[in-house]
Design a protein around this ligand. Sequence first.
Ligand code: 5GP
Length: 205
Amino acid sequence: MANGGFLLVLSGPSGSGKGTVSEALMKKNEEIRYSTSVTTRKPRPGEVNGENYFFATKEEFEDMVKKDELLEHAFVHTNYYGTPKRFVFDEIDRGEIVLLEIDVQGALQVKEKYKEAVFIFLLPPSMDELLNRIRKRGTESEEDIETRFSNAFKEIDFVGEYDYFVVNDSVDNAVTDIENIIAAEKLRVKRHSDVKELVIKPKED
Ligand code: 5GP
């Protein structure tokens, strides 16, 4: 039965600012639950296991896939990434909004399995700005930067699969856009078991 909980899928190329935007979004909206992904990528300086990601070996990751513990998984850039299924559905069942920050391949898998999700694509203001942002991060090798930049063009090709786009010209604007999307999605009739009941109370004998 619909209880108001739903899944929010946020994608966008590397450097579009997904991480910064979702962090700012969650700071302002404590009710949003972030789904921590599993990855075989090595932690970047400052990243914490269980917080930014669950860091796993390739064998551990393959084991999770085999046991059907992931809602979706994909090979992104040069590593595996996946979404643990249990957390997502437990939280939605409790009526929470769950945020997934995943790539296009993963989002398409979620769309196949769970159409009720809301799909948002985060765009950079321009491709030049995107390249600047990837370089400025300074955590990737030149080869990695090139992979991420050329993958960005391929990812943006999929924007038509999403419900909404948000341009990240400033973090504040992007957060406000996403908050507005959430506000509208909360009012979808299908997300409530009985809207009439909100105003028409059953007559007491
Ligand atoms: P990064 O290595 O920069 O943290 O992430 C690289 C890419 O992997 C980003 O586009 C990010 O959204 C994506 N990603 C992170 N977690 C997941 C996941 O669980 N599933 C999929 N499909 N992509 C993910």
